[in-house]
Design a protein around this ligand. Structure first.
Ligand code: SF4
Length: 364
């Protein structure tokens, strides 16, 4: 660990803690920082804002109040609880980690940083957050907010997306961490979330303004330095909302890859025209009585952007037995067979990711 930390980091703890105690938002996982709550909230907060997480957290904890119930959760019920939060691998990792905690830690979320790092879905930031906030250990928790605050405080031009920069910031913060480690980490995050904002830092409200090097030099808008991100791949996809006797066709996605294991409306690469959609139906032995274009939509993932077109296909009524028998519209494809679900089942039972929601029955 480095012995010399860049100024003014050695002076920030007291004013920061004073500000945090006066201004901290009341959050369920903050007001009751038991390890399970801190862990679940930190996983939900990865890539999702606090305001959006709040209702999900409350619902999740009501349904799965502890590690044991999470480890035993039914996969579809878990995905339903996560529906709308996105990045579903987070939920799957939570359950895997819960099983590991049951097997190897007697059902207690570990406090040790290295043991936490071994849990699926837990990286250095989350491990630091759990061990400091839930257990009071002096471990830094450095996320994008904290990196931005530190880069501005120290007027550093190091690229904050580089691992080397993150590790250096972890070392610096570990060296200046007061005994109120959990509060210190939360205060840094809170300052980044509420005051030292990415585009417009609110320096006039900042408890560290008198210490901040970027503020003194008028560099707030220039810092932090970030290497440019790779461009997203843009793909066209066509989604089919296939309806028969008040039921809608859905299929389960493969267990690996994008949106793994979630339910979807049948969909195909490229933008299909009416004739192509009719050909798909014919190949699958389906008899449309109407085919209507739905609105175009767009969904953005981290690395991919889907430009979506959709068709609402109403099928002629079929003998009941064929409805009970799932069929595939994916002609000669290895994709899974179809399941037929009512609109109520789609909202209560099956987890359809946000990427497909523009083609849900309510939008038909
Ligand atoms: S003074 Fe401004 S730039 Fe510096 S830490 Fe505070 S909000 Fe960020």
């Amino acid at each position: 660990m480095k012995t010399k930390v860049p100024a003014p980091l050695d002076k920030i703890a007291r004013p920061l803690l004073r500000w945090f105690r006066a201004r901290a938002r009341s959050l369920p996982w903050r007001d009751d920082p038991r390890p399970y709550y801190v862990w679940v909230s930190e996983i939900m907060l990865q890539q999702t804002r606090v305001a959006a997480v709040m209702p999900y957290f409350t619902r999740f904890i009501a349904a799965l109040p502890d590690v044991a119930s999470l480890a035993a959760a039914d996969d579809d019920a878990l995905m339903k609880l996560w529906e709308g939060l996105g990045y579903y691998s987070r939920a799957r990792n939570l359950k895997k980690a819960a099983n590991l905690i049951m097997e190897e830690h007697g059902g207690v979320v570990p406090k040790d940083f290295d043991a936490l790092l071994k849990l699926p879905g837990v990286g250095r930031y989350t491990a630091g957050a759990i061990s400091s906030i839930a257990y009071g250990l002096r471990t830094p928790a450095v996320d994008g907010n904290v990196l931005r605050v530190v880069a501005r405080l120290t007027a550093s031009r190091e690229d904050i997306l580089r691992d080397k920069t993150k590790r250096a910031v972890e070392d610096d913060l570990a060296a200046v961490m007061p005994k109120e480690a959990g509060q210190f980490n939360q205060a840094m995050m809170e300052l980044g979330a509420l005051v030292c904002l990415p585009r417009a830092a609110r320096c006039d409200e900042c408890p560290l303004a008198a210490l901040c090097r970027a503020h003194a030099a008028g560099l707030e808008a220039e810092l932090p330095v970030k290497s440019p991100k790779k461009e997203r791949r843009v793909e066209a996809r066509t989604v089919l909302l296939i309806e028969q006797d008040g039921r809608f066709a859905i299929a389960k996605r493969p267990r690996r890859g994008l949106l793994a294991g979630l339910w979807e409306f049948p969909n195909f690469a490229g933008e299909k025209n009416r004739a192509e959609v009719l050909a798909i139906c014919k190949n699958a032995g389906l008899s449309p009585k109407s085919v209507r274009r739905m609105k175009a939509a767009r969904h953005i993932f981290t690395h991919i952007e889907w430009n979506l077109s959709g068709w609402h296909i109403r099928l002629s009524d079929a003998p009941k037995e064929s409805l009970r028998e799932p069929r595939s519209v994916y002609a000669a494809s290895p994709l899974p067979p179809l399941t037929w679900a009512t609109q109520k089942e789609l909202s209560d039972t099956y987890s359809i990711p946000a990427a497909f929601q523009a083609y849900a029955p309510k939008n038909a």
